[in-house]
Ligand binder design. Sequence first.
Ligand SMILES: [Fe+2]
Length: 215
Amino acid sequence: MEIELLVIHREGDAMFDWILPEKHAIAILKKDHATVKELFARFEKAKSRSPKNKIIDQAIAALKIHAILEEELFYPTVRAHVGSKLMNEADEEHHVAKVLIAELDRNRSKNDHYYAKFTVLAESVRHHIKEEENEMLPKAKELDIDFEALGQKMLDRKKQLEKDGIPPDAEHAMIAAAHGKEDSPAAAAKQRKSYRKATASSRSGEARNPKSHAS
Ligand SMILES: [Fe+2]
């Protein structure tokens, strides 16, 4: 019963988040969430490559800035109160999204995998947003801190990132080091199959002619 009441309270609470001041940190995050969700919906409706590519560029740019604001400013402020379980999950979800973003940034040919990858990114980010809005943000909101001052810091950082660009991250370095080998498990499986065939035929050759390697 207590749990039910808590859920009702939190849902009711979230319903009124739209009346938060514009510079409230949670209002800023929710506005960003609405922007990327709108871009994902537009991507799904887009029929040709040109609008799809444009939407992907916009979504990636928005997600990169949003992730930095959360990681540098919002997450550290609320971590202790929200608890490490939820915060660590959020952190790992950011990592996965950043790996996909790094792969999308690298895929300049924009082949079919490019769109599949973006679809997976959108699904993963939608899940992440749901968890943030249903669990993390209501919990964070209990904190007695100046959320507008935090929001102002986030807006300042956003301006700076828009002006100076996004700093390099570990996920981009990781994907660059893989030289595209990570890109398609299906292609990798085909390669493994031909490698296994080649190894098997060289072994059977050796078995037929055991002296061929004796020297
Ligand atoms: Fe996030």
